[in-house]
Design a protein around this ligand. Structure first.
Ligand code: CP
Length: 314
């Protein structure tokens, strides 16, 4: 437990001070991750299942590394290699895993709400690693960590979240998290990639034009076009989208001199970003976000599984 939290699914259930405690703990683990021996015994004897029923590179690999660096036992499980292909239900699968006396389940699933269902059928702690178009709380935390390292404070920080708002689970956690921490959020998208009621996300402003808002923003958070979730051709073609909403070498001249560029990955180069901006040595913090993923996930596992009761056990 971390304060009264057993699970991490909806970031909106966490207060600003609790989120800050996660970020500060992640910073401690960043020091561990820069040692030659990047391992502490804090979660020795704990068993964590990584149940990934949908593809993942960053989230899956960083959870697994975080578990190993905290000395927990990891079980990697999910997708087409499991008995779900024979028709076994999510609930029966979870009840099977429960029989092993596991301590935590990390859930990535294409169905929104799957992590919540797991909490109802397992005594283990549950962390949402991305569910459908719904939420992705550890992504939001690693994004906050990266922004905090660069901007030092969230209060009044102007963050633009640009692109495929309607299909993005990143938005479902990132926008509430930024608001909890005091940032000012502008969502930018063509009308067809906005939810029917944009205010439901809690953003302060909605813009249909990137060029109108770009000069004011401190952080450009470029979302991936969710090709696998698009329906009904929401824009004529990728070139058109890139011309109007892509962050490009030409558009850079409109940006504040110290504005940074974030992206959750994987990048569609030539759609939401050109390679010049994706790889920009001063502005792009995308690989820093990847690094933050392991530090933040170590912090989340450590706090939820009671590692704080034992200290860092370094
Ligand atoms: N950002 C993110 O969730 O990436 P993966 O799908 O590779 O885990």
């Amino acid at each position: 437990m971390f304060n009264n939290h057993k699970h991490l699914i909806d970031i909106a259930e966490y207060s600003d001070s609790e989120i800050m405690r996660i970020l500060e703990t992640a910073r401690l683990f960043s020091e561990v991750n820069q040692r030659r021996i990047k391992k502490v015994p804090t979660l020795k004897g704990m068993t964590i299942v990584n149940m990934f029923n949908e593809p993942s590179t960053r989230t899956r690999s960083s959870f697994e590394l975080a578990e190993k660096r905290l000395s927990a036992d990891s079980l990697n499980f999910g997708g087409s290699s499991t008995s779900t292909v024979k028709g076994e239900s999510l609930i029966d699968t979870v009840e099977t895993l429960n029989a092993y006396k596991i301590d935590m389940i990390i859930v990535r699933d294409k169905h929104a709400g799957a992590p919540h269902i797991v909490t109802q059928h397992s005594p283990a702690a549950v962390v949402d690693a991305g569910d459908g178009k719904h939420m992705h709380p550890t992504q939001a935390l690693l994004d906050l960590y990266t922004i905090w390292e660069h901007k030092k404070s969230f209060e009044g920080l102007k963050v633009g979240v640009v692109g495929d708002i309607a299909h993005s689970r990143v938005c479902g956690s990132l926008i509430p998290a930024l608001k909890i921490m005091g940032a000012e959020v502008t969502v930018v998208a063509p009308q067809t990639l906005l939810p029917a009621v944009p205010s439901v996300l809690g953003a302060d402003h909605v813009s249909l034009s990137l060029d109108d808002v770009l000069p004011e923003l401190d952080v450009m958070y470029m979302l991936r076009i969710q090709n696998e979730r698009l329906e009904g051709a929401p824009f004529p073609n990728i070139n058109e989208y890139h011309r109007l909403f892509g962050l490009t070498r030409d558009r850079e001249r409109l940006m504040k001199p110290d504005a940074i560029v974030c992206h959750p990955g994987p990048i569609n180069r030539g759609a939401e970003l050109d390679s010049y901006m994706a790889d920009h040595p001063e502005r792009s913090v995308i690989l820093e976000q990847v690094y933050a993923g392991i530090c933040v996930r170590m912090a989340v596992l450590y706090l939820l599984l009671g590692g704080a009761d034992n200290g860092l056990a370094s």
